[in-house]
Design a protein around this ligand. Structure first.
Ligand SMILES: *Cc1c(COP(=O)(O)O)cnc(C)c1O
Length: 495
């Protein structure tokens, strides 16, 4: 059965999956959602026999229905191959009675690789299918990890260009170094003087700029988005929840049909929304535990029904979660509004105008599957240290937020359901925060000394992604004010 996509805000246009991937955002500013969520058509036992790539095909074919089998399999093969450092692609590690689903074995050692290694292939395939002649220009705002993962995914991909904006003082030194050393003639990286929300708001404005779009069209360019609002990011993220469940079953850790909990360190709400979609496609998930850091706008929303971005913004040790406007939440809002796009549009207008909205009691009942928690930087650091001292396993600060929130959940609920924590970055990506959490004495060491020390104490080899940037030359030095992003685009495209 063909699945078409529609806007959360009521635009009547129905598009195919490939059109939605190319377009990124719907014309009315809404997000594309599938008309309905198809059910998984393989049993857990069948999934347990599959490789990651096979699982990816079985899941993605249900939602990307206008891609042929051959097209989809080719995209999957290009994405989930040698660029991952383990055949499992997304392995599970057990520690302190929970399973860490390691989503950081791709090229840039963070979970964004799970989707961004396949998105460029989905996008160029979609362009071909829709007879698009223009060059696709990817415009991305990043809080750190998306940028590099998108750059790595799109660099050198014919028919595409990519421009990444990041908050100049809002990403880790290693994240920044990863981006500014990016090779590829079709890439550009710009540091803006502002925070991630400024970057994201600026990108949204550029996407909506008709005048710019016209001038680009004349020169043979069109925008597309690699941000997590793109349905081509969301769909590949459903895969690893199905895969994780199947692996637990295969290893005899759970019975067929047994429910598991999932804990997700959340920022833009993409990763946890994928888990929610997986649940609604029939994967036995009980609770979706949404973990926030000090920027706990989602925790407040889940516990009070009020979303309010008018608050202090904190730069934390988990920068990819330093977000006050969680874009993908709109897809959940649309869903709990019973698919009523008018309700969604009104709330999103309030968010744009006042930075705030409140959902109805009825809508709140739709949040029953979610449990919101948050952990401060101090609690996350404490979790890194105690987990390491207890088990020798080292986790990154984002994953630590999730693990700390899960501890709080357990203490409060005594819920014995087996639990998977999405482990979203390698500790090597945030070496300084991780090492000083383990021992403040590390504060004086330089970043690469810390990398070697982490490798020693954690008994894990230094990932290739880090080795690579030790000596790589800086290729991108552009900076701009937050209101000069349009000029940066014009300069990059020669408009
Ligand atoms: C992007 C990111 C997150 C947040 O994921 P969302 O899908 O935006 O909620 C968490 N941790 C890390 C390391 C990330 O890169």
């Amino acid at each position: 059965m063909e699945i078409l996509y529609k806007s959360t805000r009521g635009d009547k246009q129905l598009v195919t999956a490939s059109e939605a991937i190319l377009q990124g955002l719907a014309k009315d500013g809404g997000l594309f959602v599938p008309e309905r969520l198809p059910a998984l058509d393989k049993t857990p036992e069948e999934f347990a026999k599959m490789t990651y790539q096979e699982t990816a095909y079985e899941v993605m074919k249900l939602l990307l229905t206008d891609f042929t089998e051959e097209e989809l399999k080719s995209c999957i093969q290009k994405a989930y191959g040698d660029s991952f450092d383990t055949e499992a692609i997304a392995p599970l590690t057990q520690a302190q009675g929970v399973w860490f689903l390691e989503l950081f074995h791709g090229r840039t050692i963070a979970f964004k690789d799970m989707a961004l290694s396949i998105l460029p292939h989905l996008m160029t395939t979609a362009a071909r299918k829709n007879r698009v002649q223009n060059e696709i220009v990817i415009l991305t705002a990043t809080s750190g990890d998306t940028g590099k993962a998108a750059l790595a995914g799109f660099a050198g991909v014919e028919g595409t260009k990519i421009l990444v904006f990041y908050p100049k003082n809002g990403v880790s030194p290693i994240q920044e170094r990863q981006m500014v050393t990016q090779k590829g003639d079709n890439t550009r990286v710009v540091g803006i003087h502002g925070n991630f929300d400024d970057a994201q708001t600026g990108v949204k404005r550029l996407f909506a700029d008709r005048e710019l779009a016209l001038r680009m069209q004349e020169k043979g360019f069109q925008f597309s988005s690699a941000n997590s609002i793109n349905i081509g990011r969301l769909v590949p993220q459903i895969v690893y929840y199905v895969y994780a469940y199947a692996q637990l079953l295969k290893e005899g850790r759970i019975e067929v049909g047994e429910e598991i909990n999932v804990v997700v360190p959340t920022g833009n709400f993409g990763n946890i929304l994928a888990a929610f979609y997986a649940k609604n496609m029939g994967l036995p998930i009980r609770k979706l535990i949404c973990a926030s850091n000090d920027n706990k706008v989602l925790y407040d929303f889940l516990t009070t029904g009020v979303y309010d971005r008018n608050r202090e913004f904190y730069l934390t040790t988990s920068p990819s979660m330093d977000i006050l406007v969680s874009s993908n939440l709109e897809r959940l809002i649309y869903c709990i509004a019973g698919g009523d796009s008018k309700k969604d549009a009104v709330l999103m207008e309030q968010l744009a105008a006042e930075g705030k909205y409140e959902i109805t009691e009825e809508m709140r009942t739709g949040l029953a599957d979610f449990w919101g928690g948050y952990a401060t930087q101090k609690q996350a650091a404490e979790k890194i240290r105690t987990l390491y001292e207890d088990t020798g396993y080292v986790i990154d600060p984002h994953t630590a937020v999730a693990a700390a929130v899960y501890d709080g959940y357990r203490a409060k609920t005594q819920d014995p359901v087996k639990t998977v924590i999405a482990s979203t970055a390698s500790p090597f990506k945030f070496t300084r925060s991780v090492m000083t959490a383990i021992d403040p004495g590390y504060e004086t060491a330089d970043d690469f000394e810390l990398v070697d020390e982490l490798s020693r104490i954690g008994c894990v080899p230094v990932p290739g992604a880090i080795e690579e940037i030790r000596s790589a030359p800086v290729l991108h030095r552009t900076e701009c004010e937050k209101d000069q992003m349009k000029e940066a685009v014009e300069d990059f495209l020669g408009l």
